[in-house]
Design a binder for this molecule. Structure first.
Ligand code: ADP
Length: 475
């Protein structure tokens, strides 16, 4: 089986978010399991390891009346073949997204991917597409390319990483960039709320749709989480699957992490975490105290991550015997609120307003608890990282948080974390209190939770199996 994964970013070459981690890890894992795995991404100016990629060929792309140069570069990494789509005008600039012509840039990319297949004679069995940047490939394939002899019988899988970003564009662009007739807009195939909606097109045209956790797959069928696409998803719900993302334990692992002060495993967790905790307290300017419960937060500061609940209960949290360290940047409103709170409680709270990879690992390693009360969370990586580091997650039961954190049950002595159901600040505070009570009053039970958390197996192995079974079922 040959699978071609198409995305706008992939580690180790270029990353802006979790999508890059998935495209860096999943193909690597399917390649290990005897699936020929190909990844296609744009060749950005800011890409790493450019010295390791080699030129293959070039050809012209016709997008409506536009004729554009398309260069192809290639690299082999861990058994996966990466192809890079080159065009200086579209991708020879800093960063990845946020340009006025993003729809044109990715329309070019979408055509380039389909043309690459025949120019290099690498027809895949499955085309796996990710998010709006690649969504229109599904429509272009089903409305045009599948009728060419060479392209017949390719199956299309579309994966939703975050339904918030849909690629909503002016309907005129369907003809202008994609050279598709406007009746395909007016008949509703790609129309939503008066816009050309690229994600809707992919949901409509793909053979199956997946998303990054089983709970999120159910949630996006509802008005609350569907972001306007719930009706089309309802139509396709028998072809909608939730497969939890994994994490790469070669990288996310306290026994291998070069950036933390003291490496540790499940057996050495007590001393290991203690050393990391004291070092973290020193680094972020909190009083060194081995006894106090240290709560960590590492996040983008956006509404999605539950910042409203945190800020609502901040004073209450500071009345408890705790220390809180927050690493994150984002919306100005949340940054200002946290700066104020940290200033008012300097002996208890440290707010590090920046993006800092090393400090993030030190927080996962040094804290006792990790707070993540998200409003919605397609999958979430941070809670899986904190489990692996023996830092007990306190989460809201939504999306991937509900699928990866098992709530503590004091009667059966099971569970790997603490969770609450409703998006309600007091429910969150009650759950934090319950975690603190367990931490201080039942240290043996706490240690057992830590052991279960660290033993949890949330790597790509099982998830990749599920993807492969799904791909195979389409052929
Ligand atoms: P999302 O992709 O929605 O931001 P995830 O939990 O899936 O959320 O992934 C977030 C990743 O980004 C985690 O690995 C987290 O450690 C990291 N991260 C978020 N904010 C920061 C920051 N300020 N500094 C360092 N790492 C961060």
């Amino acid at each position: 089986m040959r699978v071609m994964y198409v995305a706008s970013e992939a580690t180790p070459f270029i990353k802006s978010g979790g999508l890059a981690d998935v495209i860096g890890s999943l193909p690597k894992e399917t390649a290990k399991k005897d699936v020929e795995s190909i990844v296609v991404i744009p060749k950005y100016q800011d890409m790493k390891f450019v010295d390791q990629i080699e030129y293959v060929t070039n050809f012209d792309i016709y997008m409506g009346w536009r004729k554009r140069y398309c260069g192809i570069f290639k690299a082999e990494v861990d058994g996966v073949t990466f192809y890079f789509i080159d065009n200086e005008q579209y991708f020879g600039r800093p960063g990845l997204y946020g340009y006025d012509d993003d729809y044109e840039r990715f329309a070019f990319f979408d055509f380039a991917v389909l043309e690459l297949i025949s120019h290099l004679n690498i027809k895949p069995d499955v085309l796996q597409l990710n998010d709006w940047q690649t969504a229109m490939i599904a429509m272009l394939y089903k409305e045009r390319y599948c009728y060419y002899d060479y392209y017949q019988n390719i199956k299309i899988v579309f994966t939703i990483h975050n339904i918030l970003f849909q690629g909503k564009a002016d309907p005129k662009l369907l003809e202008e960039y994609f050279a598709l007739d406007s009746y395909l807009y007016y008949n509703g195939n790609c129309r939503n709320d008066g816009c050309l909606n690229m994600m809707k097109a992919a949901i409509f045209y793909s053979d199956v749709i997946t998303t990054v956790s089983p709970t999120y797959a159910k949630e996006i069928l509802t008005d609350q989480y569907g972001e306007g696409l719930q009706s089309i998803l309802e139509m396709r719900k028998h072809d909608l699957y939730g497969i939890l993302n994994g994490v790469d334990y070669d990288v996310i692992n306290p026994s291998k992490d070069q950036t933390i002060v003291k490496k540790y495993s499940a057996r050495s967790v007590k001393n290991g975490k203690l050393e990391n905790k004291l070092a973290l307290q020193r680094q972020v300017g909190l009083p060194e105290d081995p006894e106090v419960a240290l709560i960590g937060i590492v996040t983008r500061l956006t509404e999605q991550k539950g910042l409203d609940l945190i800020i609502n209960q901040f004073e209450a949290m500071c009345q408890r015997k705790v220390q809180i360290v927050i690493l994150g940047s984002g919306d100005r409103m949340y940054e200002d609120a946290l700066k104020g709170a940290a200033w008012a409680h300097q002996d208890k709270v440290s707010f590090q307003c920046k993006y800092d990879f090393v400090l993030s690992n030190r927080i996962y390693a040094g804290c006792d608890m990790f707070l993540m009360p998200s409003l919605f969370e397609p999958c979430g990586l941070s809670q899986m990282m904190s489990l692996k580091y023996g830092t007990i997650p306190i989460v809201r039961e939504t999306g991937g948080l509900a699928d990866s954190v098992q709530p503590y049950n004091e009667f059966e002595q099971t569970g790997t974390g603490f969770s609450f159901s409703n998006y309600n600040a007091h429910e969150m505070m009650d759950t934090i209190d319950y975690a603190l009570h367990t931490f201080y009053d039942y240290p043996d039970a706490w240690d057992a939770i830590v052991q279960r958390a660290m033993a949890e197996k949330l790597d790509w192995d099982a998830s990749a199996e599920q993807y492969i079974r799904l791909f195979a079922s389409l052929l």
